[in-house]
Design a protein around this ligand. Structure first.
Ligand SMILES: [Zn+2]
Length: 303
């Protein structure tokens, strides 16, 4: 049997570069300095002392690799390590902790932490993704508190000085994309207005937050023990929240509130490329690499 972990791009630096280039330059190298993509005017520099993947543009005379303008820029980690880390994050349903990454790849905790957050950035949706759903689409919306146990959960304002548990809100189009966010001081109505396509059919629980927000809205009343009525339910999101919370408790143990949106991007990405939609671990890894372009995160701004 041939293990996925045996692939050459996990072991050989040249093969690793070729792998990343195939995802980021599907039609051949593009000069990041001048935009030249004439393959006859871009030269691969070879030789023992040359960095892997180094190209020279004959138009602007500048050198570049596939790392320029991506999450890999300015990283000293070998590309093989990057590919191992991306594969691990893409194939682990509940994520992988910084400590685990550091043990598996070697190097420092700082490197592993920063690598993890850069990969999460690649997994984040593009800024111009648009609202979830559309005409003829059914969208589930639901929110959940991230307290460790329902027993310790307190509604906001029930105790003096008690901090409300962080609340996560998600929208998912049935058979399509999910979008999750940390609500913080934002509210559900505001989030719906921004992230839900107006023409969608919305299905939710009986919370008042969803009332009169969308013309086409149906809900089930959990307080009356009604969980499902025909296709009106929020079971898809209940399943997602369950995986996210198991990752929170079992893998990440502590997610800093200010980084919660990054972790949500990671779990959203795996949900959006789930096996049920026909994507396997290797394809998911490639999709993460393909979205590494235009996303730079510098250590000083990563905290
Ligand atoms: Zn150029």
């Amino acid at each position: 049997m041939n293990s996925n972990l045996n692939a050459p791009h996990f072991k050989d630096e040249q093969a690793a570069y070729a792998y990343v280039e195939a995802w980021l330059w599907p039609t051949g190298p593009v000069c990041p300095h001048c935009g030249n993509c004439d393959q006859g005017r871009i030269r691969k520099l070879a030789g023992k002392s040359t960095r892997p993947g180094l190209r020279k543009c004959n138009e602007c005379r500048k050198q570049f690799t596939v790392k320029v303008g991506t999450i890999f820029e300015d990283s000293h980690a070998p590309m093989t390590h990057w590919l191992q880390a991306i594969y691990l994050m893409c194939s682990s349903k509940k994520g992988i902790s910084t400590r685990q990454l550091q043990r598996m790849l070697g190097g420092s905790m700082k490197t592993a932490w920063f690598m993890g957050h850069r990969i999460r950035l690649a997994m984040a949706p593009a800024a111009n993704s648009g609202p979830v759903g559309g005409a003829g689409k059914t969208v589930e919306a639901d929110a959940t508190y991230l307290s460790k146990s329902p027993k310790t959960r307190k509604a906001p304002g029930t105790a003096v000085n008690a901090k409300p548990a962080p609340q996560v809100f998600s929208l998912i189009e049935r058979g399509g994309a999910i979008r999750s966010m940390y609500l913080d001081d934002k509210n559900i109505r505001g989030a719906l207005a921004v992230h839900l396509h107006d023409d969608s059919r919305l299905v939710t629980d009986g919370s008042v937050s969803y009332k009169f927000q969308v013309a086409n809205h149906e809900s089930v009343d959990h307080s009356k023990f009604e969980w499902t009525r025909g296709d009106v339910h929020t079971n898809t999101l209940e399943g997602f929240f369950s995986i996210f919370k198991r990752g929170l408790v079992g893998v990440y143990q502590h997610m800093d509130k200010k980084h919660l949106d990054r972790y949500l991007s990671e779990f959203d990405f795996r949900m959006n490329t789930r096996a049920k939609l026909g994507v396997n671990d290797t394809q998911r890894t490639g999709m993460a690499i393909a979205s590494a372009r235009g996303k730079r995160l510098q250590y000083k701004t990563a905290h």
